[in-house]
Design a protein around this ligand. Structure first.
Ligand SMILES: CC(C)=CCC/C(C)=C/CC/C(C)=C/C=C/C(C)=C/C=C/C=C(C)/C=C/C=C(C)/C=C/C=C(C)/C=C/CC(C)(C)O
Ligand SMILES: C[S@@+](CC[C@H](N)C(=O)[O-])C[C@H]1O[C@@H](n2cnc3c(N)ncnc32)[C@H](O)[C@@H]1O
Length: 382
């Protein structure tokens, strides 16, 4: 008997797509469709979409240059400026400033007023007061270095490049033994970008219903510090690699949270998790790891929870409607460069939660699913 199952017949949607993509692949049809009034808008749209894919890296570098030169902060703090004043303040030659400001305006990052003065554009304005986005943009230099050879990266068995060195725990034989200087940069990046995630999670989930929250892989405690402000009676526990947990203890002391907080240094691939929390969170943790590590971690979380305890998983997920490219394209390749992990669909995570012994799980809506999605799992009683 053959062990190859016959493929199911394609449905009408797939048949229609095959027909459409078949005709699109014909250069003579494309030439005709670009001229024919009824098909011209679609031809233009497809040309624009494909051009943006060709040019995406260039657009990213325009943004990178704006962030590196702190143009948005400058325009925000100084108000509208002439091109000459901007060139002077940015230490750019006039033609360099002009080139960048016009490129940024075309990408809606800056705007040239009718009187010729430069101001923020709608996307530049959205970056003000969010240093997390700027920090992400700056660290992309490592990702772009790795992505210079995407096919080579796909053929290599593992990352082993700029980004995997940055995320020192990824692929480390003994992550529990990492030195403080290896965790400092990524911990600072995670803390800087945590507010935009924490705000989404806190708006979606009421932490005041719980007594003690343990944040596993909680970095230097930025998420817990945000939740602490929203749930003043909640006690806080942080588990992370020893040098990261030490950064957390320092942050709690600095913010006056030490009396409410305990920190634990350990390796969640080998160590049991501390007991005593009725809610455990995994924020931007699971997607960093391969399935075997994720299953082991979910089982440890399940064991550490009391009956009816809960697990909250918050991270960007694959298959997010309207943000499909964020999941499988951006995080798919980001984690490939990092050397471990993959973006997962909510249903995949829910199947893993069930296999780890959770009684039930549900996806709760977040305001900006591009930034994070949230799954809540019930430990049940067993
Ligand atoms: C008043 C009038 C007339 C009009 C007003 C119009 C109006 C309502 C405008 C809306 C304005 C508005 C509210 C804008 C909001 C903009 C927002 C919320 C923008 C947010 C942008 C967020 C971005 C770009 C986030 C980027 C995140 C990145 C790149 C994250 C990367 C994460 C990584 C690499 C994580 C790594 C962790 C690891 C290793 C995978 O575990
Ligand atoms: C991507 S960061 C997320 C940090 C934080 N939850 C946030 O969202 O800002 C992943 C965290 O998991 C921690 N981590 C990775 N492997 C670990 C392990 N084996 N044991 C304990 N913590 C680990 C890292 O040190 C890091 O702080």
């Amino acid at each position: 008997m053959s062990d190859v199952m016959p493929a199911p017949a394609p449905g009408w949607r797939d048949r229609f797509r095959e027909f459409r993509e078949g005709v699109t692949a014909n250069p003579r049809f494309r030439a005709w469709a670009a001229r024919f009034p009824l098909t011209r808008p679609m031809a233009r749209k497809r040309a624009g979409q494909l051009f943006d894919l060709c040019a995406g890296f260039v657009y990213s570098q325009v943004l990178f240059a704006c962030v590196r030169l702190k143009i948005f902060d400058l325009l925000h703090e100084s108000g509208p400026l002439t091109e000459a004043a901007l060139a002077h303040r940015l230490s750019l030659p006039p033609e360099g400033a002009s080139r960048l400001l016009n490129a940024a305006a075309a990408l809606q990052l800056t705007h040239r007023r009718d009187d010729g003065l430069w101001t923020l554009g709608p996307l530049g304005a959205a970056m003000i007061g969010n240093p997390g986005i700027s920090a992400m943009v700056e660290h992309h230099a490592l990702l772009y270095a790795d992505l210079a050879d995407p096919v080579g990266m796909l053929r290599r068995e593992r990352g082993g490049n700029a980004l995997s060195a940055y995320w020192a725990y990824s692929g480390a034989d003994s992550p529990g033994g990492l030195a403080p200087d290896k965790v400092a940069d990524y911990s600072a990046l995670m803390a800087a970008s945590q507010p935009m995630v924490a705000e989404e999670v806190i708006a979606a989930f009421d932490f005041r219903r719980h007594q003690v929250l343990l944040d596993v892989g909680g970095g230097e405690g930025a998420f817990l510090a945000h939740v602490a402000a929203a749930a003043p009676a909640l006690r806080l526990m942080l588990f992370d690699l020893p040098p990261v947990a030490a950064r957390g203890a320092a942050r709690f002391a600095e913010k006056g949270l030490a009396p409410r907080a305990q920190t634990f240094g350990g390796d969640f691939t080998t160590d049991d998790l501390p007991r005593g929390a009725d809610l455990i969170s995994l924020v931007r943790v699971l997607h960093d790891h391969d399935d075997d590590v994720v299953m082991g971690l979910l089982r440890r979380v399940r064991e550490a929870l009391p009956p009816h305890g809960r697990l909250l998983v918050a991270e960007p997920m694959a298959g997010t409607a309207g943000a499909e490219a964020m999941g499988d394209a951006y995080f798919g390749f980001y984690l490939l460069a990092m050397g471990r992990g993959r973006p997962r669909r909510p249903a995949e995570l829910q199947a893993m939660l069930a296999a780890a012994g959770f009684a039930a799980s549900r996806l709760i809506p977040t305001g900006t699913p591009l930034l994070t999605r949230v799954l809540v799992a019930e430990a049940g009683v067993a």
